[in-house]
Design a protein around this ligand. Structure first.
Ligand SMILES: [Zn+2]
Length: 372
């Protein structure tokens, strides 16, 4: 018989069955046991939330519990679907290998920052984003080109913010503490964005701000913040200031004092492009001066191996990406490949054919053992 208490039971059992089916599908598309376990654990937590629904409680309370649980369930299902799409997309090689390049970059960033690689990727319409439920980076459909890859470092930055610890006190998270300490300067969501931007700039150098300026920023809206994101003007100029701060901080450390100026030079590359893009004649913002010293110091102190070192081989690498007969220098990182690719692109703004070739060669270099 159709009675309200029976209906809620039906809904709950449907939700649990749906979640189990989603978990099975995730298990079917992934060869990665850790991802499967993480997803199953999230599902077990949600199922436990549903178990609070009981005939002993009044119907209003039960429906309120169900409504709350369904929000989480929908989010989990969306992430499972995004992940499954991404895996199928890769399996059928529809991504032409870009997933492998993304994995190589994520592997490099997490290892350099000395954090566990607990990130997974999926594919969806819209720009990149990160959700902490299953540590999922959504990549844009239909494809993540090499030119867009630096934004993955920003999304990885959201993850690193949460998992970077301060040895030997592994329960302390210096980037989260920084956000807690600076709440008078900006809202919490905005501080998370500034930290993720700083991480991407610290690990990749100028290729991240350049990607943002060429592929993500609407130049007519640079001064408009949203509840979740600061205005692009504040963001880009803070990225540039983080690079300048690296020079200032490293000058005080005698072993690296001589090469420290390279970061100030990279900051000028960013500011020059910013002026060209926006016509901004006075590219300074207060928030950059307030936050950048803390961001740069925290990253240098707690992710010392993740800092981008441009090195002497960039010109040779750029030549190789352009198809010239250069030997690929040893000990290059994904950060070097992306920087060299962007240097080429800035020098050849109208060469669309060449751009596609550089993209293919860079992607081959990023994926293991690839021959450009
Ligand atoms: Zn973000």
């Amino acid at each position: 018989m159709i009675r309200p208490e029976n209906v809620i039971r039906e809904w709950v059992s449907n939700e649990v069955a749906g979640l189990r089916r989603a978990a099975t599908m995730v298990g079917e598309v992934t060869g990665d046991a850790a991802t499967r376990r993480r997803f199953e654990r999230m599902i077990a937590d949600t199922a436990e939330q549903l178990s609070a629904i009981s005939p002993a409680l009044d119907l209003d309370t039960n429906w309120a519990t169900l409504a709350e649980a369904r929000e989480k369930i929908d989010q989990l299902k969306t992430e499972a679907l995004c992940y499954i799409q991404g895996m199928l997309y890769r399996t059928h090689r529809l991504d032409q290998g870009s997933g492998q390049a993304v994995d190589a970059l994520i592997g490099y960033l997490t290892s350099a920052a000395q954090v566990p690689n607990g990130l997974v990727t999926g594919i969806a319409v819209g720009p990149e984003s990160f959700t902490s439920t299953i540590n999922l980076i959504r990549l844009p459909f239909p494809e993540s080109s090499v030119w867009e890859l630096p934004t993955v470092a920003h999304e990885a930055g959201h993850y690193v913010t949460r998992v970077l610890t301060r040895p030997p006190h592994d329960d302390r998270h210096p980037l989260m503490e920084l956000i807690g300490d600076r709440k008078a300067d900006a809202s919490e969501p905005h501080l998370h964005e500034f930290v993720a931007d700083a991480f991407a700039t610290y690990t990749l150098g100028p290729s991240y701000p350049l990607t943002a300026m060429v592929l993500r920023i609407d130049p007519t809206e640079v001064n408009r913040p949203s509840p979740t994101h600061p205005a692009w003007r504040d963001r880009v100029l803070t990225m540039a200031q983080v690079l300048r701060e690296l020079t200032l901080l490293l000058r005080t450390r005698t072993t690296e004092a001589r090469s420290a100026g390279v970061y100030a030079a990279l900051a000028e590359v960013v500011v020059r492009q910013w002026k060209r893009l926006t016509g901004d004649t006075d590219p300074e913002v207060e928030i950059a001066y307030v936050l950048a010293p803390h961001l740069a110091a925290c990253l240098i102190d707690h992710a010392p191996h993740a800092r981008y070192h441009p090195g002497p081989h960039l010109a040779a690498l750029e030549g190789r990406l352009a198809g010239d007969d250069w030997t690929v220098p040893e000990s290059i990182t994904p950060a070097h490949v992306l920087h060299a690719a962007w240097m080429w692109r800035l020098r050849h703004p109208d060469d669309l054919k060449g751009r596609e070739a550089v993209h293919r060669r860079a992607r081959a270099l990023l994926t293991q053992g690839g021959t450009p």
